[in-house]
Design a protein around this ligand. Sequence first.
Ligand SMILES: [Zn+2]
Length: 407
Amino acid sequence: MKVLRFLFFTTGVFCLTAAGAQLSCSTAAYTKLQESDPAIARSIRTAEQFIQQAADFPNMARIENGVVRIPVVIHNLYHTPDQKITDAQVAAQLETLNQAFRRKNPDTVNTPVSFRAVAADCEIEFSLATSDARKRNTTGIIRKYSPISSWVMDDKMKKSAEMGDDAWDTRNYLNIWVCNLDKFAGYSTVPGSDFSMDGIVIGLAAFGGGQKTIVHEAGHWMGLKHLWGDAYCGDDAVDDTPKQASYTVGCPTTVRVTCGNNPTGDMYNNYMDFTNDVCMNLFTKGQKSRMLAAFNPGGARTSLISSTGLDRPLIFESALPEEDPRWLQVKMYPNPVNAELNLDFSYDVRWLGKTIFVTNLVGQSVMNVTISSKIQSLDVKNLKPGVYFLAAKNDQGLSIKMKFIKL
Ligand SMILES: [Zn+2]
């Protein structure tokens, strides 16, 4: 048991430190953290039992004859303009994702002959939401400035109050956050984990056409485990993936036998390994059964089947201008004030050169000051005691309206 725990731990650490083309997924470490809450641990266990029972009966695992279509909302948190992802990048990434889940990826020929018979068209597709929770039209892509320049695996990117962006109703949408993740490529919740935090996080460097981190994470989101079951020769609860000792680094080309899995050897071309993106090219029929099982009535993903997220919207509104970051505002101190009022504009240098207007309670102008410094001081000692208003407007249409009390 000690050995197993040690190996699990090293897997988690690996996930957090790997970078570059190598898939570095920290879902196992993240799930371990989530499971420190006994209620969530129970819920994940229940979801797993459900999947295992349903996946044992393949006829039950099918939702309908058609394809499962999942409405997706992308939350792109950017700190610098180059971190804004384009519509074209999103489209290219979704195409790679859908190709993988429909086995329409151009590299199916690279699947070793010994595994081709079990390779599956998972019949799952992902589409950008067309209708929001209030049935208004949407592009399915939210771009939001954040003063946070780099994110870690603590889910803050999923919370508006933490300068991230709140999830859309996770019962109806697959939420995907794309942001500057520190040190690793992505992580996902698994079925049964905390509802409010449900979804996938992908680092900016791992997002775009041809990138497969999102394929791997979507697999986790629908209940797939790593091939090695996060333990030495562990179990991924899928019969047609050979047992394998551990994750794969790089891009092997020869049969690698571990855990007595000859003659086929490890299935390192499977999306649920850590192999380089260019060498991953299959899900199996057993994995497909597990994923579809989560959509069965009573399963953790069943609500997605009846989502209205891909419906034609009932209300059409022209796109709103990007939301002003609420957490960014001028700081004013002290208030009430005796002699010198300070205004801190350091969050946004675009205020420099603009004018501050001070008016009294009856609307008379009592002072105009040009902002010449990030910390602007106003000499108010000659103002009569009372309430004053302070206002300014910049070229971006942002305005400041504040109230202060002169003692
Ligand atoms: Zn993973």
